[in-house]
Design a binder for this molecule. Structure first.
Ligand code: NAD
Ligand code: DAU
Length: 352
């Protein structure tokens, strides 16, 4: 069936994997990648599919309601998959306001635009909001996050995402907007901006620089390979029930310090270094303010109702990830140096 789908944040880490999956898997869908190209957006991520006839890139800021309305009016999308966000917790601590604009105002602007363009004709329409497990707060040593767990966000980032989730549900309840939400755990894999733990550590190990571990490295995250997240989004997009929430997780908890030990072992092998070389780079630094201790997701609803499960073991995923960063040195160097940003700024300055 023919469909036009606006995917926001498609030039970012997870968004680029979702765009690639949909463009390749559904040739009958028109995929519009709507992205502002912030520091985290990089069209280089999509160079393997950007000439496909069912793909188009539109540079726009979701905070700009007028621009967003025009885009919705022009493309009349059947669906929106909303990933655009400020996504880094540390940045939300140093500059919270940007998170309020993009994550909250940006989301309501998209909801408004969808409402306007769909009116009362919402058959076969869908607003899919991609969210995070961080909205549930922080766990102690025991327990899991369920779809029914009360929201208790602790950082400006998670508070802004929680707020956007509430708005999406409120538009469903009040205006009957057809929505679905998923809350996912930590992703890792190719194309992740090297400010996040795994790509940052890979880059530092490669360059024999210190690996900064916050506090004692005791915090726990549940890691999921990004392509598995994209597959879960595909599943929920097509088979999920309107108004429902689905948790997505890797069933794969690691204390940060253990994860870094594992990564050091893999990197030493790949770089033909003596085992223990990378471990010597581990450096304990001041803890993140308000650092959530543990996240762990129960994704049995998704498994039981829609049949999704992660396809990769972490041991496989981390090797694939390390291989990708080592084989895509240019991508990493450009991102770290900011060259790609200058290039796209020049390229798009006169187009909008
Ligand atoms: P990312 O930071 O890599 O990418 C964000 C993308 O959004 C970039 O392409 C950026 O240019 C774009 N963007 C930012 N502000 C924008 C604006 N005002 N207008 C238009 N585009 C804008 O993020 P990510 O890690 O790929 O996360 C994507 C989504 O998934 C986010 O909503 C995030 O909350 C959620 N999520 C992420 C993870 C994770 O582990 N990374 C886990 C669960 C959920
Ligand atoms: O749980 C899902 C969330 O996962 C997403 O919603 C966020 O967008 C995504 O950024 C991620 O948030 P985290 O804060 O968990 O990811 P980050 O990679 O920043 O940190 C992972 C853990 O590693 C966390 O406990 C903090 C720690 N850390 C991080 C960095 C960058 C360090 O010890 N040292 C570091 O240098």
């Amino acid at each position: 069936m023919n469909k036009t789908i606006i995917i926001t944040g498609g030039a970012g880490f997870i968004g680029s994997h979702v765009v690639r999956l949909f463009v390749n898997k559904y040739p009958d869908y028109n995929i519009i990648n709507l992205d502002k190209l912030t520091y985290a957006g990089n069209l280089e991520n999509l160079k393997d599919i950007d000439k496909k006839s069912n793909y188009e890139f539109v540079k726009a800021d979701i905070v700009d309601q007028i621009a967003i309305n025009k885009i919705f009016e022009k493309y009349k999308p059947d669906a929106v998959i909303h990933l655009a966000a400020e996504s880094h917790v540390d940045r939300s601590i140093s500059n919270p306001t940007e998170f309020i604009f993009t994550n909250i105002v940006g989301t309501i602007n998209l909801l408004n635009a969808a409402r306007t363009v769909w009116g009362s004709d919402t058959i076969n329409k869908l607003f899919y909001h991609v969210s995070t497990d961080e909205v549930y707060g922080s766990l102690g040593k025991e327990g899991l996050f369920y779809e029914t767990t009360a929201y208790d966000p602790k950082s400006p980032y998670s508070a802004s995402k929680a707020s956007s989730d509430h708005l999406v549900r409120a538009y469903n309840h009040t205006f009957n907007l057809p929505v679905v939400i998923s809350n996912c755990s930590n992703n890792y894999g190719p194309n992740q901006f090297p400010e996040k733990l795994i790509p940052l550590a890979i880059n530092n190990i490669k360059n024999m620089k210190p690996i900064p571990i916050y506090g004692k490295g005791e915090n726990v995250r549940d890691w999921l390979y990004v392509v598995d997240h994209a597959n879960a989004i595909d599943k929920i997009f097509h088979d999920g029930k309107i108004g429902e929430t689905y948790n997505i997780g890797g069933n794969n908890e690691w204390q940060n310090i253990d994860l870094i030990h594992k990564l050091c072992e893999v990197m030493d092998k790949k770089l033909n270094r003596k085992q223990g070389t990378s471990e010597s780079l581990i450096t304990f630094v001041k803890d993140r303010a308000g650092h959530d201790l543990r996240y762990a997701i129960d994704s049995s609803k998704l498994k039981n109702e829609l049949g999704w499960e992660p396809s990769l073991q972490f041991e496989q995923g981390i090797v694939l990830t390390v291989d990708w960063y080592l084989n895509n040195n240019k991508w990493l160097e450009n991102v770290v140096s900011g060259d790609y940003k200058m290039y796209y700024e020049q390229m798009y300055t006169n187009r909008n």
